[in-house]
Ligand binder design. Structure first.
Ligand SMILES: NC(=O)C1=CN([C@@H]2O[C@H](COP(=O)(O)OP(=O)(O)OC[C@H]3O[C@@H](n4cnc5c(N)ncnc54)[C@H](OP(=O)(O)O)[C@@H]3O)[C@@H](O)[C@H]2O)C=CC1
Ligand SMILES: Nc1nc2c(ncn2[C@@H]2O[C@H](COP(=O)(O)O)[C@@H](O)[C@H]2O)c(=O)[nH]1
Length: 329
């Protein structure tokens, strides 16, 4: 048992307002610099096959947003990087840790196609396999900004940083379509925000908070507890542009959202740690991104500041303690 750790999640926290110093919320600056680039908001859609595809990645890059392409059509990745670069857009891709991925990194180097961002995306990121892959990428593609994860402890963050990761991704099992906590008994599900705080205290480099965000206010809370960037799946699922299959049921339109470790992604029942849900159709993702931007501007105004930095020091209260965060199996 970790005695000194205060345990809470997003829904248990309320941030405390400070005197407002701006005349309009439109004055609040939500931009974030991550790697060599600055983005409109500190939010990135999850690198999952029902959340992002190449057209959406291109739209996000063109419109000033950060994206991470998923890794589940591995043979398309080299062309994806070339295509983004031909269009003068940054390339941000994901890799795993299996043998073929080592060859893929060497192929990118041989072609002179250096993705600006490479995310090593596996379930249990505090692992020698991830450390080896970080070092392989840094050897062949030293200019690439490497994000490594996922981890859920300060030790995990520090080991990946020490191996050369430029940022780490925190969150084991808090996702909406995650069943890791139920199947294995492990993870940060139910206390993701406290785990983020715990990890952020140890981090010397940026952290991406990944999973468990259920409301736009949770973005401000993530920044308060140490995130530089927030990865979101379920809130982006169901949009016109997100690639989940469209389903009609009883006259209502839904889109599929499934876990990257679900049987629907894997095509097999082995080591399943994800499930599928139907998300009511939500319209255009541009409208949701605009609303997130405006809500975050409002958060900054309540923090009594002009930019994201003001969120990092606001006071907070713990208003209740719930461990399940609305999820069911
Ligand atoms: N954030 C989260 O909580 C979680 C996210 N996911 C997502 O699901 C996708 C698939 O993840 P993943 O299964 O890791 O990817 P892969 O199927 O690519 O597995 C990566 C490698 O790690 C091994 N591996 C996977 N899990 C473990 C483990 N618990 N202990 C030891 N070795 C392990 C696999 O071997 P083998 O399969 O033979 O064990 C494989 O060699 C990713 O996108 C990941 O982000 C999945 C679960 C949790
Ligand atoms: N345990 C699992 N986690 C998964 C799986 N597929 C994706 N994920 C993680 O969830 C977040 C998105 O969370 P959300 O709460 O915003 O919906 C994603 O970024 C991954 O880290 C899975 O199959 N199992």
């Amino acid at each position: 048992m970790i005695n000194e750790l205060q345990v809470f999640d997003y829904e248990d926290i309320q941030l405390i307002p400070n005197k407002c110093i701006i005349k309009s919320r439109s004055e609040a600056d939500t931009t974030v610099t991550f790697g060599d680039r600055t983005f409109k908001i500190p939010v990135v859609p999850a690198n999952m096959q029902t959340i992002i595809d190449a057209p959406l990645a291109e739209w996000l890059a063109r419109n000033g947003y950060f994206y991470i392409m998923h890794r589940f059509e591995p043979e398309t990745r080299l062309d994806f990087v070339k295509n983004m670069h031909q269009k003068n857009l940054y390339a941000s891709i994901s890799v795993g840790v299996k043998d073929d991925e080592y060859n893929f990194i060497e192929a990118l180097a041989a072609e002179g196609e250096v993705p600006e961002y490479i995310t090593i995306d596996i379930a249990h990121g505090h692992s020698q396999t991830v450390i080896d892959m970080i070092q392989h990428i840094k050897h062949y593609l030293p200019q690439a900004f490497v994000i490594a994860g996922n981890v859920g402890t300060p030790e995990g963050v520090r080991e990946l940083e020490n191996a050369g990761a430029d940022a780490t991704k925190v969150g084991i099992g808090p996702g909406k379509v995650c069943i890791t906590k139920i199947k294995t008994g492990f993870g940060t599900g139910g206390w993701q925000l406290a785990a983020l705080r715990w990890c952020a205290k140890a981090a010397r480099k940026p952290i991406i908070a990944d999973g468990g965000v259920r409301t736009h206010g949770d973005i401000a809370k993530s920044i308060r507890f140490g995130a530089s960037m927030v990865m979101i799946g379920s809130l982006f699922a169901g949009h016109e542009e997100t690639p989940g299959k469209t389903i009609e049921q009883d006259g209502k339109v839904y889109k599929e959202y499934y876990g990257s470790a679900s049987q629907y992604q894997k095509g097999s029942h082995h080591n399943v740690e994800g499930k599928k849900m139907l998300i009511p159709y939500k319209g255009s993702i541009a409208d949701t991104l605009t609303e997130m931007h405006e809500d975050l501007q409002s958060s900054i105004s309540y923090a009594g500041g002009r930019d994201l930095a003001s969120l990092k020091t606001v006071d907070y209260v713990i208003v209740k303690n719930s461990i399940f965060n609305g999820d069911t199996m």
